[in-house]
Design a protein around this ligand. Sequence first.
Ligand code: AMP
Ligand code: ZN
Length: 110
Amino acid sequence: MDCIFCKIAAGEIPSNKVYEDELVLAFYDIEPKAPVHVLIIPKTHLAGARDVTADNSAVVAHVFEVIPAVAAKLGVTDYRIVTNNGADAGQTVDHLHFHLLGGRVLGEMG
Ligand code: AMP
Ligand code: ZN
């Protein structure tokens, strides 16, 4: 499958890693929208939030377990977690990912 985030997870495309374990990878977004902008992805391919089921949701729980550690490593206590699902919602990479945004006052959701 021609998926850029699968390739990043496999190490075939380089990324600036923040955290990695057997299930998930966190790396800096290449076009940061905030002073702190990291993406957290499951290493297994799910196209987006729409693909989450009872059979695979453990990896999503694991993403949320590592988020506090990632945030602490980045030095942010206040942050926003965003998942865009579908093109009309702004999803440009069809591999489930969670944006961790922080480092400035983010204001209300647009
Ligand atoms: P979304 O638009 O929600 O699908 O988010 C995709 C994000 O992936 C965007 O914020 C892009 O800047 C980011 N991105 C795309 N390619 C790369 C890459 N090779 N390394 C890091 N971030 C990337
Ligand atoms: Zn993928």
